[in-house]
Design a protein around this ligand. Structure first.
Ligand SMILES: *Cc1c(COP(=O)(O)O)cnc(C)c1O
Length: 227
């Protein structure tokens, strides 16, 4: 049976999240997004059976294939970089976590207007200026948040970030605390920005202490990916 032990691992993760909420003192609700990338549709079914209701994929085509392969009504989250020529697909997702440029925002806005409903998005913020990662710099956020407030085809629900691989705890706190500050900037521009998507298998407890409302977990739930 695939993904044996998932319910037990999820139970421990949820306990660790609850403890981290208490330590951090932000009092937030935390949603686990089960990251099923590289796994087959059976991972989505296993997640559903274990009680997870949110699934994250980083590639559009892989997500669309799984959507057609399973019938369980999970909420699909797009967590990876979206090429503008694939923006058409955004209306299939409950939320796009990776709004990483002004040009992509314009493409998503156009799709939302065409679909007749605003697309829920998170603005990806690159807190420490990592070259290998996308996202807006904190310094450009206020002006872009003002501009986004004029786009009716999307709704900015918060901020997403990723910490550098192998970051020490000080760096993690700087990145996650910086994302929390970025959410306040977005909110000040008038957006309904209550969400903070941050934390992966190796750093989710610190992220929750710093206020994460979505943690995106793959390896710790489903095991190591081959690809
Ligand atoms: C793969 C991925 C994750 C999950 O990573 P794990 O370390 O396996 O938990 C989270 N967020 C994004 C954007 C990813 O691409």
């Amino acid at each position: 049976m695939p993904f044996l032990g998932l319910p037990e691992r999820l139970r421990e993760v949820r306990q660790r999240i609850a403890a981290a909420v208490t330590r951090g003192g932000h009092g937030q609700q935390v949603t686990v997004v089960a990251v099923t990338k590289t796994h087959g549709p059976d991972a989505v079914l296993a997640a559903w059976e274990a009680g997870l209701r949110d699934v994250g994929e980083n590639r559009v085509q892989e997500a669309l294939d799984k959507m057609t392969a399973v019938s369980v009504p999970v909420c699909w989250h797009l967590i990876g970089h979206l090429q503008r020529n694939k923006a058409r697909a955004v209306s299939k997702f409950a939320m796009v976590h990776s709004l990483d440029s002004a040009r992509l925002a314009d493409a998503v806005n156009a799709e939302g207007i065409a679909a007749g409903r605003a697309i829920d998005v998170l603005v990806q913020v690159n807190v420490v200026g990592e070259q290998s990662k996308g996202g807006l710099a904190p310094a450009e956020l206020a002006a872009e948040a003002d501009r986004l407030a004029g786009l009716k085809g999307l709704r900015v629900r918060g901020v997403m970030t990723m910490a550098p691989l192998d970051a020490d705890e000080g760096t993690l706190r700087r990145v996650f605390g910086g994302a929390r500050a970025a959410r306040a900037v977005v909110r000040a521009a008038g957006h309904p920005a209550t969400e903070l998507s941050m934390g992966m298998s190796n750093d989710y407890e610190v992220a929750v202490e710093e206020g994460a409302t979505f943690v995106r977990l793959g390896t710790i739930l489903f095991g190591a990916r081959d690809a």
